[in-house]
Design a protein around this ligand. Sequence first.
Ligand code: SF4
Ligand code: FES
Length: 238
Amino acid sequence: MTKTFTLDGKVIPFEEGETIMEAAAAAGVYIPHLCHHPEFKPHGSCKLCTVNIGGRLGAACTNRAAEGMKVESETEALNADRRALTQMLFVEGNHICPSCEKSGNCQLQAVAYHLGMLTPHFTHFYPARDVDASHPDVLLERNRCILCELCVRASRDVDGKNVFGIGGRGIKARLIVNSASGRLADTDMSVTDRAAEVCPTGAIIRKRHGFTVPIGQRLYDHHDIAEVPVAGMERPKK
Ligand code: SF4
Ligand code: FES
C-alpha cells in the first residue's frame, strides 16, 4: 500500500526515503525554496522551505516524509517568515533587479514576487563585494550571490572540479574561487560546466548572451514560480 502524509490537508503519496520536498513536488505542490535543487544533495541552508511538521519546524528539503505525518506549509505565519528571510537575502547582498541580466529568470526575484514581498523592509547592508570578470566566458557577480552553494555542489559533484567554495563566516561569508590567485580565469572552469548554469540568481552569468530574451518576455515575467517546474523536479499542473 502506498504510504502517505498530509500537506496542508492534501494527501501526498511518497516512497520510502523521499523528503517532504520531493514528495510534494512529485504531487504538484510547490514549497518555496532557493538552495534546493533535485540534482544535488540537500543543503538546508536558506530555510525558505521551512514547514510545520506535526508541531515542530523543519526544512522540507532535508526532512524525510513519514507515514501519517501532518505537514503545514501555506500558513500566514510560515509565509511571513519566508518573506522576512527573502527580504534579508535582498539586503545582505546588492540586488539591483532592474539592471540585472537575470531579471525575469531569477529565482530570488520570483520567490519574492510569489511571497508578495513589496519592500526590502530591513536596512541595506551594501556590502563591498568583488566582481570577477577575469574568465573569458563566465562572469562572477558576487553582489547577487545568496550563498546557496549550488555552484559549489555542481562544480564538486558533477563537474569534478571544485572551482567554488564559501569563505568567511556569518555576514563576512563570501563565495570564493579555488585558485591560487582567487580569480576564475585561473581555474579550469568551462562555460559548459554544470556550475555555470545552476545559479538561481544573476551571480554566475555566461558572457555574450545578455538580453537575448528581452526583459518582460522571460519565464517569471509570465509565470508565478509555483507554476514552473525546476528541471528534474517536474510538477504536474494543479
Ligand atoms: S554564485 Fe549563485 S549558485 Fe553560487 S552560491 Fe552564489 S547564488 Fe548560489
Ligand atoms: S530549500 Fe530547504 S533550506 Fe533551502
